[in-house]
Design a protein around this ligand. Structure first.
Ligand code: ADP
Ligand code: MG
Length: 727
């Protein structure tokens, strides 16, 4: 019988890409064609309702029942004309993926069947959601949660061969009002930041009435042939390879990054981009990444809530389209040991309704002061809440990046680039002149901030949080994560910081300082206080780990401990004060994340046991039997001891590794049994991390040794060289 690996290899070699045709050669012709966007709203709604909806989107005002009915009816008309039969509330539960529950427009009635979509169905739905993670917030007897429309993210149509569905982006909350998803807290944090930033903007420009956080999410991913993927139970069940010896050629030649994109991959990229563009996702960039078979795409930045919805939707589209191309897209942070992992860089800035980017250095001294205000407050916020930011990006899969010497380290620091670093130093050590002097570009002694920063600030890839000219880039987010978690934190801590800033500045103004003097005095104070978090050097180096320890910065490498910051006193105060999370919600989230952590390790441990026992050991033993036959044969022929020595040596080697694997798998199983009995979730998670996961490397070491010795034709799992180099 042919092995699955052999069949898969054959299939992978003979792939033909499906025909990919764009709806038009001009992207602008079909961009957003599946979105009920502002233009369509205008076409399908009365002027009055349209304007109300726009102000709802802008100001978060409530819609009345009648208007909701009209909007629902308009959406239905538009959607049905495009062949839609069903609608769903589309939400982001804490599982990490998106969720849908489809209902048909169709309804039987006394006058015959009709298609209906009432305003109430648009605004609210009650999915039976008892099996979504809720961290103890809902007992099953009060299992119902409800989803509520988020009008700031437009409805869209999901197409599939079998039919089309109208998707309505919603928040997901419990009956008692607690958030059960990623979106509800994000919207609250975004609103808090808007208010705090607008208040601070008043020092500079009274015309500013709204500040939006903007976000551009770069998405890294791996592609693997679907048949090869299916022949790897570890990949299929855990998203990463638990075994596999590194291929002789990996990324050492550095020949993949920005190299030419393989034809088959290119077809896939164009195909999913077309789908994404129809959904209004403004994809702009595509390229190879550092590791073989690793790629990246990036959209043009958008308002933060929309950007995150779009990223969630994009991951979904990428997975669906991959199937058409017989690919599997791997969004796991570390699918292959020994090659780079994947992240999701979050590029973040603040943009006013007057069109000003608050994190872009300005031309005039006044603009400089405004830039410095938001720039320094962001640094101060991250400095104050570094542990919380660390907690917001932690997960079992991201531990492979953050804990190891790869990607950004687990120490949160901020990279500014030499020029800005020097400017902050200069302000810190300057004396603030209380007289206004505009000549020589100097004003109150503020150094001039160049508009275009000379050094390529983007090149320090070892920093988890880097300033890149007109935005900050949080690079520590994992490729599979929902960006809402870190972005809720970032917006909340900056909002809180800006509120404190205003209090501090107003105090000085009250004491008689001129406004600009007061602003600069507080900025100077914050620069001093947040100095520790700034680091310009190599974030991967041991020197930095030592230096960071001296500075008192945390370096928490694993999730169960990193998550402590989510329920600390400081965090609870921050979130309850800003009304983003109640204490109960925080504890629920903490519990869910810990559970998620140990359950994933539990699955990995099980898969490891099963694959070694049922696939790897049998292959090794089969090969060993062949060698035994061989040794016996040689002996029968009367050959010398030396001649038999080679098969015997290999037989011995095999025995050693087989024995080690068996011993370690058994020991791991025994540990699991002990740890499964631990009640406390945090202790259980730490138990899995410290007492179970530790066996993984040893078991892998021995299976990878076997992979190198055992007859290739007997080896059951596709090897790294086969998985990583797409034909
Ligand atoms: P790199 O790979 O050099 O980091 P990319 O061009 O791949 O850069 O991605 C940069 C991302 O940052 C894009 O999504 C881009 O739209 C986004 N971006 C640019 N300016 C801003 C901004 N002001 N606010 C938020 N995101 C931004
Ligand atoms: Mg980047």
């Amino acid at each position: 019988m042919k092995s699955l690996r052999t069949i898969a290899l054959k299939e992978a070699q003979n792939r033909v890409s499906p025909e990919v045709t764009a709806p038009s050669t001009k992207i602008s012709d079909f961009f957003g064609s599946n979105v009920f966007d502002k233009k369509k709203m205008k076409d399908f709604l009365t002027k009055e309702v349209y304007e109300k909806l726009i102000s709802t989107i802008g100001q978060g005002e409530l819609l009345n029942q009648e208007d909701a009915n009209q909007i629902a009816s308009a959406m239905k008309t538009w959607a049905m004309a495009k062949g839609v039969t069903h609608y769903t509330h589309w939400f982001q539960p804490l599982t990490g993926s998106t969720a849908e529950k489809h209902d048909s427009f169709f309804e039987p009635s006394s006058e015959g069947a009709i298609e209906k979509f009432a305003g109430s169905a648009l605004v609210q739905q009650e999915p039976d959601a008892s099996s979504f993670p809720n961290g103890g917030i809902r007992n099953t007897f009060e299992a119902r949660g409800y989803t509520a429309w988020d009008p700031s993210s437009p409805a869209f149509i999901m197409e599939s061969k079998a039919g089309k569905t109208l998707c309505i982006p919603t928040v997901f909350v419990s009956y008692t009002g607690e958030a059960l998803d990623f979106k509800a807290p994000l919207l609250k944090a975004v609103a808090a930041l808007d208010k705090a930033a607008v208040d601070v903007c008043q020092y500079f420009d009274k015309g500013i009435t709204k500040v939006n956080a903007s976000l551009g999410i770069e998405q890294e991913y791996f592609l693997v042939d679907l048949s090869l993927f299916n022949a790897r139970p570890d990949l299929a069940l855990t998203g990463r390879t638990l075994f596999g010896h590194m291929s002789a050629k990996g990324q050492q030649l550095e020949d993949h990054y920005f190299g030419s994109i393989p034809e088959r991959v290119f077809a896939y990229m164009v195909d999913f981009e077309n789908e994404a563009l129809k959904l209004g996702i403004p994809l702009k960039t595509r390229h190879n990444e550092v590791a073989p078979s690793q790629f990246e795409c990036a959209p043009i930045y958008e308002e933060i809530n929309l950007a995150i919805d779009h990223n969630q939707l994009l991951m979904d589209v990428m997975e669906k389209v991959a199937r058409r191309h017989n690919f599997k897209v791997l969004l796991h942070e570390k699918p292959y040991a020994g090659v780079n992992g994947s992240g999701k860089h979050n590029n973040w800035s603040l943009i006013t309704d007057t069109g000003k980017n608050l994190l872009a250095p300005g031309k005039t001294p006044k603009n400089n002061l405004m830039f410095l205000t938001f720039f320094v407050n962001t640094i101060k916020a991250v400095c104050e809440h570094a542990d919380l930011l660390r907690a917001s990006i932690t997960s079992v899969s991201n531990d492979h990046r953050l804990g190891a010497n790869e990607a950004p380290p687990a120490i949160i620091s901020i990279f500014l680039g030499q020029q800005l670093d020097e400017i902050l130093d200069e302000i810190e050590h300057s004396r603030i002149s209380k007289k206004t002097k505009e000549e020589n570009g100097l004003w109150l002694g503020i150094p001039k901030v160049p508009q275009i920063l000379l050094d390529n600030t983007d090149r320090n890839r070892t920093s988890p949080f880097a300033f890149t000219g007109n935005k900050f880039e949080l690079r520590a987010v994992g490729s599979s994560a929902n960006s809402s978690a870190p972005m809720t934190v970032l917006n909340a801590i900056v909002a809180d910081q800006l509120v404190k800033f205003k209090v501090d500045v107003d105090k000085l103004i009250k004491k008689g300082d001129k406004k600009d003097v007061a602003l600069l005095t507080v900025i100077k104070k914050y620069i001093k206080e947040s100095k520790n978090i700034r680091f310009e050097g190599n974030g991967y180096s041991q020197e930095w780990a030592d230096e960071a320890a001296k500075r008192g910065l945390s370096n928490i490498k694993t999730t169960p401990k990193a998550l402590d910051a989510l329920v600390s006193e400081k965090t609870t105060e921050l979130f309850t004060k800003t009304n983003i999370f109640s204490q109960r919600e925080l504890h629920a989230r903490h519990e869910i994340l810990l559970e998620n952590f140990y359950k994933k390790l539990q699955i990995e441990a099980r898969v490891m046991g099963e694959v070694t026992h049922s696939q790897i050991l049998p292959a090794a033993i089969a090969y060993q039997n062949t060698l035994i036959e061989n040794a016996k044969g040689l002996k029968e022929l009367g050959l010398s001891k030396e001649a038999i020595a080679t098969p015997l040596a290999i037989i011995n080697q095999l025995s050693k590794h087989i024995g080690e694997i068996k011993t370690n798998i058994d020991a791991m199983l025994a540990q699991r049994k002990v740890i499964n009995n631990i009640e406390d979730t945090r202790d259980k998670a730490i138990g899995y991390d410290e007492k179970v996961k530790v066996y993984f490397d040893t078991i892998r070491y021995h299976t990878d040794k076997l992979e190198q010795i055992v007859d290739d034709s007997l080896w059951p799992l596709p090897k790294f060289r086969e998985l990583l180099f797409l034909k």
